[in-house]
Design a binder for this molecule. Structure first.
Ligand SMILES: Nc1ncnc2c1ncn2[C@@H]1O[C@H](COP(=O)(O)OP(=O)(O)OP(=O)(O)O)[C@@H](O)[C@H]1O
Ligand SMILES: [Mg+2]
Length: 406
């Protein structure tokens, strides 16, 4: 039967009510529904639909041909990719992502669980909140969603089919430029530097041959290492948390890449929260202690989780050799530190900044913050093969901070 939703158009708070009724049986026929647009991102449209009588709600996320913020076109397959990976992650790490109730290919719209009981982790950390169980929960999420999608676990043909299905060229192109090229070579003139840091950036990023070689290795691995099915954009604005659990959203950048990219993004973003508080609330020792331990615990917990998943799931005897297992996991951990570094640098000098940076408005404090983040990022990239523990990663930040008497 033909329906108004057979061809893509941009939903609004009226049509989304008809859409939900047509596509799901979540609400009773007679429900008294209201909708609001709650999206705050740059890319897509997000609606919450609520039944005024029962209070039950769900969320519809729709991709449009044009970006919500800039109006630039972007490949619509990101929406299918997001819906599929949410389902995969939901199976591998139950309860850690919103449940998908429906995916409408024609409308590029995912209807899913409303996770409003959880709060945006970036904003919570910036407000000084701590989440004692978070390091263990995210380390678990990372190891459980990543290792099982490798061909150490999956059938080789099945894995290759997944690599194909999750090839995401336009979204990867954004990362390849914004994260792994432009911070070191501003060829599109899009970097936004804090006044007074121009010479520092010139020396430390634009003219640093040693760093360029290492970033080139990380860029090459990002593009040529289809190791595991990544979330692809795992910053703290994509993680929602409360005192009981986490919900990870927005995996539209998903593709087959090096696992350390996801773990590194988490660690880099925790360091933003740490750096911000160190500069703006240096006496908040409870938060500063917790965040330092969280950085270390995510790194160490990821390694332990990988080892656990490895021992439970890898079946080919060749891969059971202890030396191979160690080298495989060491490489992932080195990537993790390296991509934490590229995340720190790109969010500091690139045009897609984070609140922990932009909310610092005092010019001198902001300059110091930028330099501290760039130094930490460069240290993590350059020393990534030698940093063998979470404490060593945390110490890279502490050492950089000491230079600024922090
Ligand atoms: N399942 C959900 N339940 C409740 N709120 C949600 C849900 N999904 C998204 N949101 C809200 O909508 C906002 C934007 O969602 P999301 O980050 O997925 O969109 P996006 O347009 O892809 O953003 P970005 O520009 O960061 O890529 C989230 O920060 C969150 O507040
Ligand atoms: Mg998004």
């Amino acid at each position: 039967m033909a329906s108004e939703f057979d061809r893509h158009f941009l939903l609004d708070t009226g049509s989304v009510l008809r859409f939900v009724k047509a596509r799901t049986e979540y609400f009773p026929e007679t429900a008294n529904l209201v909708a609001e647009e709650i999206g705050d991102g740059n890319i897509n449209y997000v609606f919450r639909v609520r039944d005024l009588d029962s209070g039950r709600s769900l969320v519809v996320k729709q991709a449009d041909r044009l970006l919500r913020s800039s109006g630039r076109p972007l490949d619509l397959s990101r929406s299918r990719i997001e819906s599929e990976i949410l389902r995969i992650e939901g199976r591998l790490a139950p309860g850690c992502v919103p449940k998908v109730y429906d995916y409408c290919e024609a409308m590029c719209a995912i209807t899913m669980e409303d996770i409003s009981d959880y709060r945006n982790l970036r904003r919570e950390l910036l407000a000084g909140k701590t989440f004692p169980r978070f390091p263990e929960q995210i380390a678990d999420f990372l190891s459980k969603t990543l290792l099982p999608t490798t061909d150490l676990v999956l059938d080789r043909q099945q894995k290759k089919a997944l690599v194909k299905r999750f090839t995401n060229p336009e979204l990867c192109d954004i990362t390849e430029d914004l994260v792994l090229t432009e911070p070191y070579w501003d060829y599109k003139n899009r970097n936004v530097l804090t006044p007074g840091t121009e010479e520092f950036v010139q020396e430390k990023l634009y003219e640093n041959a040693e760093l360029h070689a290492e970033v080139a290795v990380l860029r090459d691995r990002f593009m040529n290492c289809p190791q595991a099915l990544l979330h692809g954009d795992l910053h703290t604005g994509s993680i929602f948390a409360n005192l009981t659990g986490i919900k990870v959203i927005d995996p539209e950048f998903a593709f087959y890449g090096p696992m350390g990219y996801d773990a590194g993004n988490v660690i880099g973003n925790l360091i933003f929260a740490w750096a911000n508080k160190l500069l703006t609330e240096p006496d908040n020792t409870a938060f500063l202690k917790w965040i330092r331990q969280a950085v270390a615990a995510v790194y160490d917990g990821f390694r332990v989780g990988l080892e656990r998943e490895y021992d439970a799931r890898v079946t080919l005897p060749l891969y059971w050799e202890a030396d191979f297992r160690k080298r495989y996991i060491d490489q992932i951990m080195a990537d993790t530190a390296g991509y934490a570094g590229t995340e720190l640098i790109r969010r500091t000098v690139g045009d897609s900044k984070v609140l922990e940076v932009t909310s610092v408005t005092d010019p001198e404090t902001r300059k110091t913050l930028d330099m501290l983040l760039i130094d930490t990022g460069a240290a993590l990239i350059l020393k990534r093969n030698k940093l063998q523990s979470g404490t060593a990663v945390a110490n890279a930040f502490k050492k950089a901070a000491k230079q600024y008497d922090l």
